[in-house]
Every structure is written in structure tokens, then in C-alpha cells.
Ligand binder design. Structure first.
Ligand code: GLT
Ligand code: MN
Ligand code: MN
Length: 388
């Protein structure tokens, strides 16, 4: 089916760290050889992806000399041009180096906090060289195991100061970045500050440039906290704050699994894709996932193709949902009300308050309304399982 063929206009992106994941985990060594950024660009382009994103050190190793940096940047630029891929998003690795063992912007040591800000500015320069317009902040190490060691209010203040400074830096350089903050409840820290997208939505209005700052929710990270990702994204969109999204999947409240997009939470991911497609969200559909550790090098590309194909399957199912006469008739029934009942707009006037207080609403009558959600949900299951 040609509708399942990924094309540039679908805006599918991957991180260098995703398809480039060599299969290391806390208990085991890598199972695959590292892939060069140039190979990743070539293979992603052949599969129909739109862009590739990176952390500073995914592209330029942390110890690279200035000459090495220039060579790597030039090679990567050529590959992007040759294969027609762009770099919509960039980010900073503020978690791998032992210097960040107790946090980056929220480290107790002011020298580490300075180093984190310095490293981020340099990484913002690198991203801007490739035209990135979204800048992600994932505070992987911004947390604690021992709350006695750090006042959590102070940590939030340090984090806020750093973001305010970096917003000003982007403005002063004319980079035009929009910052996208990514939550995760735990791992690698015992607890990470601002553990959910909802927490970030509360934090953003306290910043100096709230308009520049939105969120980058990740499916698995919200699911680790037991949350409904479709609801999380609805709130972010409604707040005008969905600047980026990390698509993957997860088996319940466990360690971060970063599974192939849509491979586990089928119904929830269906409603997610339907929402993204119908909401006018224009950002990247970024896959922050990796192939099973058991895959060989070719299996990585089956994984990448699978993420995009699954997204397009859900998109096709959303179209069928909207065209399905039985589903639409049920929805019309569910949303209907008593004939002649006139909806009163909830724009406050003292008269309207009086009018609503005096409405003859009989709660026993209200409770009698039929809600055929069992039938509706079964139709959705039939649709998703391919028997409709
Ligand atoms: C890391 C993390 C991801 C973040 C990346 C951005 S890095 O792989 O697990 O969820 O999105 O820093
Ligand atoms: Mn992520
Ligand atoms: Mn993850």
C-alpha cells in the first residue's frame, strides 16, 4: 500500500543515538558495532526519513580536537546534502560524563553548573550550524537519590537560572531556537526533578521567556509514571506547548525500554496518532527508540522502517475511524441530548448564573442516558485488529 510508504513530508526523524544504539545495557556490553553518522544519514534517507537529530557528542566526540571537529562537521554536512536530510533538532549530552554524576544544571558544585551551561552553549552553536530550530533539554541526571544532600527548591532555581540564561544566549545569537523540555520520572537518577510533562507545563510559566519554551514528551517516560500518553499530549497541544515529541513504546511501569514505536500500546498509540494528525501539529515525528539488543546490524533498519510504517498504519486507521458509518452513528448518539434542550454558553453574567441555578435539571433523568461505550470500544478493537 503506497499510503504506508514513508516520505519526507511525513517529517519522520531519528536521533543518531537511536539507530546508532549498539545494544549496551546496564548488565551487558554492546552487541553491535558503532555506526558512523554518515552511514546513518544514508540509510535513513533510503528508508524515507526526513531528518536526523543529535547530541553534541553523538556527532563530535567529547575529546575531539578543533581539526577533528571541523572534519566531522564537513563530512556530515556533505552527507546531509547528498542524501537530502535535515537536522530539525539538537541537544546536549549532560548525562554521560562522570562530571555530571550529581547533575548538570542542578549539581551541588557551581563549577559543574558552569560547565553544563558552557557545554550547552557550544552544543547550541553546533546545532545552529546545521539549521536546527528545536533545542531539547532532557535532564537525565537532574535529580537525586539522597534528598538530604540537596534542597529540591534550590535545584529548581538553578535549573530556571540556566534556562533563562540559555534563552538569552539563543536570542543574542539570533539562533531562533524553541526549547523543548523532556521529562522522565527516574532512571538514571533514583528520582528526576520535574518528573512528568505536566510538571514542566507548570514550570514553564515561571521562566523569563515562557513563549520560547515548550515540551518534548516521550511515550515511554510518561508510561513509566503510569500516565495516559494521549491525555498528556492533548494537554500539551491545548496549551500550545507541543514543540517536539519522542515516539517509542514501553511495557508498563518499568525501566525505560525505548521500544519500536507503537509496538506495545496499540490502542493508546492509535489515539495519539489520530490526535497528532488532526490537531494541526506540524513538528517532527521523532522516534526516540532503539532496536532490540538481540538484533544484528541489518535488524536496526527493520526497526527504523517499522517505526515509520506503524505510524502510517495508525494514520490510515484514524482515517477509517472517521469514515466508519457505525462508529460515527454511535458517536452521534453518545453526544446527543434531549431534543429541545438549549445549551447555555458558560460566559459569566450574574443573570446567567441565576438562570443556570434555576434550570429544571433532574439528576435521575440524567443518569438514565444510555452510553454504549462497550459497543464503541469493540468497534475500535475490530478496526485496529483488521476485521472491519
Ligand atoms: C537519552 C534519553 C532520551 C532523550 C535524549 C535526549 S538522550 O537517550 O533516553 O529520552 O530524549 O537527550
Ligand atoms: Mn527521549
Ligand atoms: Mn526513553
Amino acid at each position: 500500500m503506497s499510503s504506508l510508504q514513508p516520505r519526507k513530508e511525513h517529517k519522520f526523524t531519528f536521533g543518531l543515538w537511536t539507530v546508532g544504539n549498539p545494544g549496551r545495557d546496564p548488565f551487558g556490553e554492546p552487541t553491535r558495532e558503532p555506526l558512523s553518522p554518515v552511514t546513518i544519514v544514508k540509510r535513513l534517507s533510503e528508508l524515507g526519513a526526513y531528518g536526523v537529530n543529535f547530541h553534541d557528542n553523538d556527532l563530535v566526540p567529547i575529546d575531539a580536537s578543533a581539526t577533528e571537529r571541523d572534519r566531522i562537521v564537513a563530512e556530515f554536512r556533505t552527507a546531509l546534502d547528498d542524501y537530502g536530510l535535515c537536522v530539525p533538532m539538537a541537544t546536549t549530552n549532560l548525562f554521560s560524563d562522570p562530571a555530571f554524576k550529581d547533575g548538570a544544571y542542578t549539581s551541588n558544585d557551581p563549577r559543574v553548573r558552569m560547565y553544563a551551561v558552557q557545554k550547552t552553549m557550544r552544543a547550541m552553536d553546533l546545532g545552529a550550524e546545521f539549521g536546527a530550530k528545536v533545542y531539547v533539554f532532557w535532564g537525565g541526571r537532574e535529580g537525586a537519590e539522597v534528598d538530604g544532600a540537596k534542597d529540591a527548591r534550590e535545584a529548581l532555581k538553578w535549573f530556571r537560572e540556566a534556562l533563562n540564561f540559555l534563552c538569552e544566549y539563543s536570542i543574542s545569537q539570533g539562533y531562533g531556537y524553541r526549547f523543548a523540555l523532556e521529562a522522565k520520572p527516574n532512571e538514571p537518577r533514583g528520582d528526576i526533578y520535574l518528573p512528568t510533562t505536566g510538571a514542566y507545563l507548570g514550570f514553564i510559566p515561571t521562566l523569563d521567556h515562557p513563549d520560547m519554551v515548550g515540551v518534548n514528551p516521550e511515550v515511554g517516560h510518561e508510561q513509566m509514571a503510569g500516565l495516559n500518553f494521549y491525555h498528556v499530549i492533548a494537554q500539551a497541544i491545548e496549551a500550545g506547548k507541543l514543540f517536539h515529541i519522542d515516539l517509542n513504546d514501553q511495557k508498563g511501569c518499568r525501566f525505560d525500554q525505548d521500544l519500536r514505536f507503537g509496538s506495545e500500546s496499540i490502542k493508546n498509540m492509535f489515539f495519539l496518532v489520530k490526535l497528532l494528525e488532526e490537531s494541526g501539529y506540524e513538528g517532527s515525528r521523532h522516534f526516540d527508540a532503539h532496536a532490540y539488543r538481540s538484533e544484528d546490524p541489518e535488524g536496526v533498519w527493520d526497526f527504523a522502517a517499522g517505526c515509520m510504517r506503524t505510524y502510517l498504519i495508525y494514520r490510515e486507521k484514524a482515517r477509517q475511524f472517521n469514515d466508519d458509518p457505525d462508529i460515527q452513528a454511535l458517536l452521534a448518539e453518545i453526544r446527543s441530548t434531549e431534543p429541545g434542550f438549549e445549551q447555555i454558553p458558560l460566559e459569566f453574567t450574574p443573570e446567567r448564573a441565576e438562570q443556570i441555578k434555576n434550570l429544571p435539571l433532574d439528576r435521575r433523568e440524567l443518569a438514565k442516558k444510555r452510553l454504549p461505550y462497550e459497543r464503541l470500544d469493540q468497534l475500535i478493537i475490530d478496526l485496529l485488529m483488521g476485521v472491519r
